[in-house]
Write a protein that binds this ligand. Structure first.
Ligand code: GRF
Length: 213
């Protein structure tokens, strides 16, 4: 009696930069907005990533995988995820491509967040302020973050959620990014919680025979 149970859902978070989404996910877990979860590993390819400090404060094991080929990095990630019992990977500003072996090592897949609508404003090189510049240059009225399942190409996997954020007259890439980031921080934990609740196999749905081949 009285012994606290270890949270069941172990997450492995991948970052390359600022780490504000990592912080938002950590906060959401502590506030029980992502129930029954904990971060079992922080992975980064960037030794100066801001998230490393927060991980140390939270006793989250951090792994710096720099100066290696992407193939070796992905193999190392699989080993770490297996060792820590990670069930879901979370890309949070991770700039490297995760391989199929990483995705397959996570029973619930690897999620990613992108700060603009996909697929239109995604793909190789579409990160940081480049994304917001492309949105503004295109003249669209709406941007906003998109959460999707990673596959082996940049920003291409199944879309799980999107929150529209208006592009305002006079927006610069920096202004737009700053308005979208807090929306990311609210959206990502919700989608992570939803995916954990759904589990690896959504309930089978009976399809009407009229749409079957
Ligand atoms: C976010 O805008 C996210 O959508 C994109 O990279 C940025 C990461 O920001 N994939 P941070 O490191 O979480 O602050």
């Amino acid at each position: 009696m009285g012994a606290e149970r270890e949270p069941r859902h172990v997450l492995g978070v991948l970052v390359s930069g600022g780490g504000s989404n990592f912080r938002a996910i950590d906060e959401a877990i502590r506030e029980d907005r992502i129930p029954n979860a904990r971060i079992g590993a922080l992975i980064t390819d960037n030794p100066t990533a801001g998230a490393i400090k927060l991980a140390a404060e939270r006793d989250i094991p951090a792994f710096i995988l720099s100066n290696m080929s992407n193939q070796d990095r992905n193999a190392a990630i699989v080993d770490i995820f297996r060792d820590k019992g990670v069930v879901m990977g979370i890309g949070a500003g991770y700039l490297k491509l995760v391989g199929g072996e990483v995705i397959n090592s996570c029973p619930l897949g690897v999620l990613n967040i992108h700060p603009a609508p996909l697929p239109r404003f995604g793909g190789k090189g579409m990160h940081g302020l480049n994304v917001h510049k492309a949105v503004i240059d295109s003249g669209v009225r709406w941007s906003g973050p998109t959460v999707h399942l990673m596959d082996e190409a940049f920003d291409r996997g199944q879309i799980l959620a999107h929150r529209p954020v208006p592009v305002q007259r006079g927006d610069t890439p920096k202004k737009l990014a700053a308005r979208i980031l807090p929306v990311e921080h609210a959206l990502y934990p919700q989608v992570i919680a939803q995916q954990l609740a759904i589990g690896p196999h959504p309930e089978l749905v009976e399809l009407p025979s009229s749409i079957l081949p």
